[in-house]
Design a protein around this ligand. Sequence first.
Ligand code: PMP
Ligand code: GLN
Length: 392
Amino acid sequence: MGGRPLLNRRLDGLGTTIFAEMSALATATGAINLGQGFPDTDGPEAVREAAVRALRDGRGNQYPPGPGVPELRTAIAEHQQRFYGLTVDPDTEVLVTVGATEAVAAALLALVEPGDEVVALEPYYDSYAACIAMAGGTRVPVTLRADPASATFRLDLDELRAAVTPRTRLLLVNTPHNPTGTVLTREELAAIAELAVERDLLVVTDEVYEHLVFDDAEHHPLAGFPGMRERTLTVSSAGKTFSFTGWKVGWATGRPELIAAVRTAKQYLTYVGSGPFQYAAAEALRLPDSYFDGLRADLTAKRDLLSAGLADAGFTVYRPRGTYFVTADIRPLGFDDGFAFCRALPERAGVVAIPHAVFYDHRETGAPYVRFAFCKRDEVLREAAGRLRKLG
Ligand code: PMP
Ligand code: GLN
C-alpha cells in the first residue's frame, strides 16, 4: 500500500490506552489492579434489578430515541435541579451518550474546527488528547502544579489566562479532576467562568466525579456561574456515581443549540446507546440522598486507608479531595520514572498503577507521579498496601 502508514497522522502516537495496557498486565501477572478506575463491587442491587426489569419488560430492547429515553432525560434534568438548582429542559437540553467518553468525543468533533486551539488542564484524561486530535484541533495544556506543602495539585489561573489566544475555541475542564483528585474551588471556577465570558469561549466540563468529593470539598458545576449557561456543555455519567462502569450510560446538558450540535456528531458515532441501561440509570439518579452520602463516606474511608498505606510504604502522597484516585510521588523510594516504575511494579510488588506521564504533554513534569485507584474492597487495599510496603 505504497509504504504509507495505515494509521492516519492525526492518531499517530495514540497507540493502546494506558488503561488497557495496565489492566492486561494485571490479568497476565495476577497483580492487584489499582490501575484502571473501576470498582470491584457492583453498584446498588435495586439499580441492577431495574436493568433486569427493563430487559424483561422489553423497554429499550430496540433502538431507543436518538437523544435518549425520555425517562432518563427527565431524571437527568431532575438531578441537575435537585443537587445544583440548575434548570434544564429534558427535551431540548439533554443528550444521552455512550458514557462520558462519547459525550466528550461528540462535543469535540462537533464544536472544534481544524486549527482551533483547545485549552485543557494537564494532566488530562487520555481520551481528551485523542479526541482533540481526531477533531483536528490543537491541544494547549495548562499544568496543575504539585504543591507538596498542601499535598495537592493546583491550577495557576495566570497560566490559564495566558494559554488563551485568539485561536482558542474551547476550554476543556475536568473537576473533580482525574488523575490528581483536585476539586476546583468556587473561586477558581468563578475565575474560569470570567475568562470564558471575557474571551467568548465555549466550555466543555467533564464532571463525571461530581458525587465523589471528600472532606469539606464541594462540587460546583461550571454551568451555574454567571454567563456560563449559554456557553457550557456539562458532561457526566452513571459509571462513577453508581459503580456500573460497564453500562456506559453518559450524558451532556447545555442550551438547545449546543446540544443540537453535539447530537449531530453523536448520531453518526453510535446513533444511540444501550436501551435497558438507560431506564436503570434513570432510577439510579432518583436514589435518596442517603445513597450519595454513603458513597462519599465509603470512598473517604478507602481513600484514607490506601493513602496511609502508601505513606507507610514511603511514597509522598497527594491528598485527593475528589475522584477515586490517589497520586503518589515515587522519588522518596529512589525512583524517578513513573512509566518504568509502573511497568515493573506487578513483577516487583504484585500491584498495578498508572503512570501520570501519559496524561502530560510535558512528560518530564509528570514523570515522578503514579496514580492508584482506591475504589476497591478494603481487604484488597490492605493487601496492596502490605505488598507495596516491601518495596522500600
Ligand atoms: N472522564 C473522566 C475524567 C474519566 O475519568 C472517565 C473515566 N471513566 C471518563 C470521562 C469516561 O467515562 P465513561 O466511562 O462514562 O465513558
Ligand atoms: N476513567 C477510567 C480511569 O481513569 C478508565 C476508563 C477507561 O479505561 N477508558 O481509570
